[in-house]
Design a binder for this molecule. Structure first.
Ligand code: SF4
Length: 1021
């Protein structure tokens, strides 16, 4: 038995090859029969790597034929051993879930402690229980051990604990009665019945990458190494570091695995000075400053480590693609570049799209979730449309699917879309049929839709009956539905054995077959339609299908586990977002963590350590490592992974981001010379105007360029001059929109063109904002006293009542519920925090949603126009000092130093209020501040953000920009009068029809709906 430590990266890889070559070459000359060597690896990918290595070896030796060593994943090997024994039959994962779900439901319907209907509880509870039971049995803990451990504890009589013990007991009993076992049972059986004769066919056993094995697997491996000639390869910087790894160090999982198997490590080749320094610097228990002091000088440090953030996920992947393309152009071999993501399922499609645009040869890891395939989506869409009473989006998915029987009728989806928009119907069988009686959505007046809709409704009738059926009953109905849908025929038209949809379809058929078998195994459990659909979707989500590549060459786009066992020249590790890396796992609801830990179940800890191990390993595995994360996901800012803090000593020592100018807010360049793909070129060309030499590129026979050529040749019709405007009344908000971008204002306010919105029952973000405004106005209409700590609970209850009534009028959708929840848990609490402080300042909200109309504004030519405004709130003190307040649920402009500001509406309001409201309520003598209420927490500070104030009148205002917000009295009044001048100029420009495409902030153009129409003059400069 020999176990050797190999350093990460090139040195370790070379040594591994040498050891394997020595092993193979030890045979007599000319003999290439190696099936007496067993190689155990953790993944199918490593299995293929080994296969290739052996072939290359044989080729180098001039062998015409080779009997390969027996390379297996540990799981395959154990299953193979078990098949030869006479233990109980191994149950598949689907049957396990079906059994547990049935037991949970049966149990809940008898238990009085769970008030909710078992139909609602069972699907989610059974998943959680299945996980818990898997973890317990994986750690070798049976029901009897569990009951013994928790006996006498203060939680042993909790309903969820009793449920766990009862379900686990029933589960074990059901397995015994049906003569079945689960994967943990199989391992247990192998461990207790281990026989050295199982291995007698092997002369030598090689184990590679076996860290993080479970208790039962480790037991079996221990037996194997005890009776066979084994060579164990362990990746780590050094044997000493593994042996001394403290409790929370990434190498701890390697140490624990080796200890469990009983392996003693031998030192392999040295890792080199830089790798040793890095391996000690990362996850060290010494202070960062001490580690930084011990760093080598930057000039002599050859390794490149970058940590960079892009503004969003797309820009992050675009940045990685550009870097990879640069590396390939420099001659780096594509196979030696790794692009890895902790959440590859989320990133995969985007990476493929951008890499394809960039013309980068790539190979993506083979496993994909079945639920994401268009084939499975088509099946689920059919069933969901029934569950959602034929909602518009679900019907559009069905009519738009290329895999269902309506695929050839392309006019159906647009006709349905028109019908729903025209009639403002969001779906519903009866509503749609009634709508069709009075409307013919297609142009010629024919009725395209009634036939297909009725056909669909009839096919889905068996799923709308509200019956409770055994699993086999639902599966039979699904078979009939699939036969009606024509799915098999549509997929058969897809050619090529490696086609992704064909592979997904095969897996779908296998999975449905497995569910049928599970139903036959456990016929006593029954399901409502919703429960069954939940089970089906859950099964599709857990099932992965493989797309065999034609070859595995190119840049490797992999998950973390799959990136092991290879030497890399460059590594790009993206998606480093807190919550995803390390993945935030839900807290266990059944047993306290300390109890689980005592039984050897350390799921949360283990998952974190595992993620840390891969982060550590990848940082040490290549000469150039680039770590990236997006700053925002959708409209949500994200927090970078906490592991990035480990780079602090490198940053301090000047070893991080060397030679990189921009380390955050990265966006792809829109300059012509920076383009890496045809879509980027198209955008750049649209901005660049006439460019010398572009003809040459257009004439090159490159896919996609014909579109650009066509577009450039297109002569736009001469634009007719816009006549002067005759408007005389203006809202301050529209003047602000004009100042933001005159052309955008022209499209929205003069032409009156709005983006086409999806017909939905979800309230829009604007409506959600209006509701928040109305609730806060109504709060102070009902609450006419200070908000204090003592009265907080009462104030909170009032806000909740108001929120119930405001959101209660809306449809009960997930988004609407989330909108209300966000208001109650975040906005209302932030608001109350600020109000408690605000009332201590001697001010009170005196005007609420105050309208000011027909405020006269004299233009430079002496003409008069009228301004209107609605001010959310004006706070006043007893001396007539006042602050203009604007509630915000989204972003707002921030203050700048000096008098010139982007903040426009609030100072105009202050001037209007002072003049127009005199004598109409509490006196407004002196404007002293302008405040936004940042309700959703965009700035990270408190809600009340007094963005500009006269610091000579009052100093202690809360502000997110404490340097830019305070102004001298002179500056503050200068801002007010300047804003009125801006309003005047904006009105004059609108009247003169000056609608240039010059936005105040050019970065907004990227997300502007008018981007395709406007000239974007500002960006051409
Ligand atoms: S793309 Fe930019 S310049 Fe054009 S309308 Fe939109 S914001 Fe204005």
């Amino acid at each position: 038995m020999k176990s050797i430590v190999l350093p990460y990266g090139e040195a370790g890889w070379k040594e591994k090859l040498r050891l394997l070559e020595d092993l193979l070459a030890s045979r007599p000359l000319g003999s290439f029969i190696y099936n007496d060597i067993l190689v155990l690896v953790p993944s199918s990918r490593m299995k293929r790597i080994y296969g290739r290595l052996f072939l290359e070896f044989a080729e180098r030796r001039g062998a015409a034929a080779l009997v390969q060593p027996d390379v297996q994943t540990l799981h395959q090997f154990l299953q193979g051993l078990y098949r030869r024994l006479s233990g109980p039959a191994l149950m598949d994962e689907n049957s396990r879930l079906v059994l547990l779900e049935g037991i949970v439901k049966e149990r809940l319907s008898r238990a009085s402690s769970f008030k909710l209907s078992p139909d609602l509880l069972a699907p989610s509870l059974s998943s959680a229980l299945a996980k818990m039971i898997e973890q317990l049995s994986g750690a070798g803990v049976g029901t009897a051990d569990l009951a013994r451990t928790i006996e006498g504890s203060d939680f042993s009589d909790k309903p969820q604990v009793e449920l766990l013990i009862a379900v686990y007991g029933n589960y074990e009993q059901a397995l015994r009665e049906s003569g079945l076992t689960d994967p943990a049972g199989m391992r247990q059986y192998l461990s207790t019945h281990f026989d050295p004769a199982w291995l007698q066919q092997y002369d030598r056993i090689v184990m590679d990458g076996m860290q993080d094995t479970g208790v039962l697997e480790a037991g079996i491996l221990k037996n194997i190494v005890g009776c066979a000639d084994c060579l164990c390869l362990v990746d780590a910087p050094s044997a000493a570091m593994v042996k001394q790894a403290p409790e929370d160090h990434p190498l701890r999982i390697v140490k624990d695995a080796l200890d469990k198997v009983g392996l003693l490590l031998e030192e392999g080749p040295s890792a080199g000075e830089e790798q040793l320094f890095l391996s000690r610097a990362l996850f060290s228990d010494r202070p960062f400053s001490v580690t930084a002091e011990q760093a080598p000088p930057a000039a002599s440090f050859s390794k490149r480590i970058n940590a960079l953030s892009a503004i969003n996920t797309r820009e992050e992947v675009t940045f990685i693609a550009a870097e990879v393309k640069r590396a390939l152009r420099k001659g780096i071999h594509a196979d030696s570049v790794l692009v890895a993501f902790p959440a590859l399922d989320e990133y995969g499609p985007l990476v493929e799209e951008i890499f394809m645009d960039y013309g980068i040869p790539y190979n993506r890891a083979l496993g994909r979730q079945l639920s994401t395939s268009p084939v499975a989506t088509a099946v689920v869409s059919l069933l969901r449309s029934c569950q959602e009473d034929f909602s518009g989006p679900s019907l559009l998915r069905i009519f738009g699917s290329p895999f269902l029987k309506f695929a050839a009728q392309r006019a159906l989806a647009p006709a349905l879309d028109r019908l729903m928009r025209h009639k403002r119907i969001v779906g519903g069988k009866e509503k749609l049929l009634a709508g069709l009686k009075f409307s013919r959505p297609d142009e010629r007046g024919a009725d395209l839709l009634t036939g297909p809709l009725n056909d669909l409704f009839t096919a889905l009738e068996p799923f709308s009956t509200g019956e409770t059926l055994p699993l086999t009953g639902w599966m039979k109905r699904l078979d009939d539905l699939l036969a009606w849908s024509g799915l098999a025929g549509m997929v058969a038209e897809v050619h090529g054995p490696l086609n992704i949809n064909l592979q997904a379809y095969k897996k779908l058929v296998d999975t449905l077959g497995a569910l049928k078998r599970a139903g036959e195994l456990f016929p006593r459990y029954t399901y409502t339609f919703n429960e069954w659909l939940f089970l089906l979707k859950k099964t599709f989500m857990h099932t992965r299908f493989q797309v065999p590549p034609e070859d595995e060459g190119g840049v490797q786009i992999l998950g973390l586990e799959e990136s092991m066992g290879h030497a890399w020249a460059e590594i790009y590790l993206g998606g480093l977002v807190d919550g995803k890396f390390p993945q935030r796992l839900p807290q266990n609801i059944f047993l306290p963590e300390r109890t689980l830990e005592a039984m050897g179940v350390r799921t949360l800890d283990r998952a974190r350590l595992n993620a840390a191990y891969h982060f550590y390993r990848l940082l040490l595995s290549a000469d150039k490592v680039t770590l990236t994360w997006p700053e925002n996901e959708g409209d949500r800012p994200v927090v970078p992974s906490p592991f990035l803090a480990e780079l602090t000593p490198l940053r301090t020592a000047g070893l991080l981001n060397r030679g990189v100018e921009k380390t955050s807010g990265i966006q792809f360049s829109l300059k012509l010379e920076d383009c890496h793909s045809v879509p980027e070129l198209a955008k750049a060309v649209s901005l660049a105007g006439e460019v010398a030499g572009l003809d040459l590129i257009q004439d090159a026979d490159i896919k996609g360029l014909s579109g650009i050529k066509e577009a450039l040749g297109h002569q736009a019709a001469e634009a007719a001059p816009i006549p002067p405007q005759k408007k005389r009344e203006f809202w301050v908000t529209e003047l602000d929109a004009y100042l933001n971008c005159p052309y955008d204002y022209y499209v929205a306010n003069i032409l009156g063109i709005e983006p086409l919105e999806e017909v939905t029952e979800d309230i829009s973000p604007q409506d959600r904002g209006s509701k928040a405004h109305a609730i806060l106005r109504n709060f102070y209409l009902a609450w006419n006293r200070p908000v204090t700590r003592e009265a907080r609970a009462e104030a909170r209850a009032l806000l909740r009542t108001l929120a119930d009534s405001a959101f209660g009028q809306e449809a009960d959708t997930v988004r609407n519920r989330r909108g209300k929840e966000q208001f109650i848990t975040i906005m209302a609490e932030r608001f109350l925090d600020s109000e408690e402080e605000f009332w201590k300042q001697g001010m009170k909200p005196a005007y609420l949603e105050q309208k000011i109309e027909r405020f006269p504004l004299v233009l430079s030519n002496g003409e008069k126009v009228e301004l209107s405004a609605k001010i959310d709130r004006i706070d006043v003190d007893e001396n007539g000092n006042f602050i203009i307040v604007d509630y915000k649920t989204g972003k707002y402009p921030l203050p700048k130093t000096g008098v010139e500001q982007d903040i426009f509406q609030l100072p105009v309001y202050a001037v209007m209020a002072q003049q127009a409201l005199t004598g109409k309520g509490p006196a407004l003598k002196n404007p002293i501040g302008l405040a936004y209420y940042d309700l959703s927490g965009k700035t990270g500070a408190g809600a009340r953000d007094v963005v500009l104030y006269n610091s000579e009148a009052e100093k202690n205002h809360p502000s997110s920009k404490p340097k830019a917000s305070p102004k001298s009295a002179e500056e503050f009044h200068g801002i007010l009068s300047q804003s009125i001048n801006k309003a005047r100029k904006a009105v004059e420009s609108i009247l003169a029809s000056a609608f240039t495409s010059i936005p105040r902030d050019a970065s907004k153009c990227r997300y502007c709906v008018n981007e395709m129409m406007c000239d974007k003059e500002s960006m051409q400069g």
